[in-house]
Design a protein around this ligand. Structure first.
Ligand SMILES: NC(=O)c1ccc[n+]([C@@H]2O[C@H](COP(=O)([O-])OP(=O)(O)OC[C@H]3O[C@@H](n4cnc5c(N)ncnc54)[C@H](O)[C@@H]3O)[C@@H](O)[C@H]2O)c1
Length: 295
């Protein structure tokens, strides 16, 4: 594989394009928004500058990698020579199904179609194409250039050959791929989201306060960040929608989202990106401040 097309140039798409370009692949980065593409190239440049200052890359490796990334707003142009597409567009079922139907028509027959989805069924995505054996999940973690894990998700119809080639490709990016089967939440979010939900229930039921819950998990379990702070960083709306996928997919009440989480999302308090979730985020403040609503 030589030509990689990345669909969506947001948080994940720019990181995925960065890593493939860093490891010598020709990358076509595609987004419907020209502004998002400009922002992505600026972010990749800044992140590669940081790698140069840390001695991970030398200046010429950085400029060569940047030269390997081309931006497109036309999907047709951007995927026509792709050996592999990694889709990292907005997490929305109808957007993904529509994209994969188009990708099936626009890419060469041999092209593997991967999705970076956090929660949508790879089997369902594969079923809208005529090549479900070549549809697979490549679930990178944020920030992509730093995080080692790639959860490789086999849909019901994904072939052994395609799974093996994605496992090998991921190792070539110096990532650690882990193969999992396609069931709701895969492995990462099936375990992480119930923990976050339980932390929110613990707060909701008055067992302990925000800092106390996060401190127990940080110092007691050696987690780098408490579950409530992590939920704020992931986005409370994202956590809620993944919990709903688990709840609907398994039909088990143990995945029911905590009413406090539902209320916070409905009120627009979605965590760091909106300035407030369990903590209040003010630019320039170094210390985490608990949201005044919980005092
Ligand atoms: N953010 C995370 O921590 C994280 C972690 C793992 C996986 N994911 C998954 O990665 C995917 C992307 O998430 P993100 O956080 O980067 O989102 P984001 O909102 O930062 O970026 C999404 C980008 O997709 C573009 N887009 C939307 N529809 C498109 C289309 N039809 N064609 C081309 N581009 C389109 C948008 O313009 C936007 O730039 C989602 O499936 C998400 O579940 C996110």
């Amino acid at each position: 594989m030589k030509n990689i097309s990345v669909i969506g140039s947001g948080t994940m798409g720019n990181g995925i394009a960065h890593v493939f370009a860093q490891y010598g692949y020709e990358v076509s980065l595609i987004d419907i928004s020209a502004h998002a593409l400009e922002k992505a190239i600026a972010t990749i440049t800044k992140n590669m500058d940081r790698q140069v200052s840390k001695g991970i890359l030398v200046e010429t490796e950085k400029s060569d990698a940047l030269n390997r990334i081309q931006s497109f707003t036309s999907m047709e142009e951007g995927v026509k020579n792709a050996d592999l597409v990694v889709e990292a567009a907005t997490e929305n079922l109808s957007i993904k199904l529509d994209l994969f139907k188009k990708l099936d028509e626009l890419t060469p027959e041999s092209c593997i179609l991967a999705s970076n989805t956090s929660s949508i069924s790879i089997t369902k995505i594969g079923a809208v194409t005529k090549r479900p054996e070549k549809v697979i999940g490549m679930h990178f973690m944020n920030p992509v250039p730093v995080m080692k894990l790639v959860e490789v998700i086999r849909g019901y119809a994904t072939s052994d050959e395609v799974t093996d080639s994605i496992m090998e490709l991921s190792k070539g990016l110096e990532k650690v791929p882990v193969e999992v089967n396609d069931y709701p939440g895969f492995v990462a979010n099936r375990i992480l989201m119930p923990m976050i939900n339980e932390a929110i229930y613990t707060l909701y039921e008055g067992v302990a306060g925000i800092e106390e819950i996060d401190t127990v998990m940080k110092l007691g379990m050696a987690h780098p960040m408490g579950p409530l702070q992590l939920a704020d960083f992931i986005g409370l709306d994202v956590c809620l929608s993944i919990l709903r996928v688990l709840h609907d997919g398994f039909g088990n009440p143990k995945y029911a989202p905590c009413p406090l989480l539902v209320n916070m999302v409905e009120a627009g308090f979605k965590g760091a990106k909106t300035g407030e979730g369990f903590y209040k985020y003010t630019s320039g403040s170094k210390d985490l401040v608990v949201s005044p609503r919980f005092r």
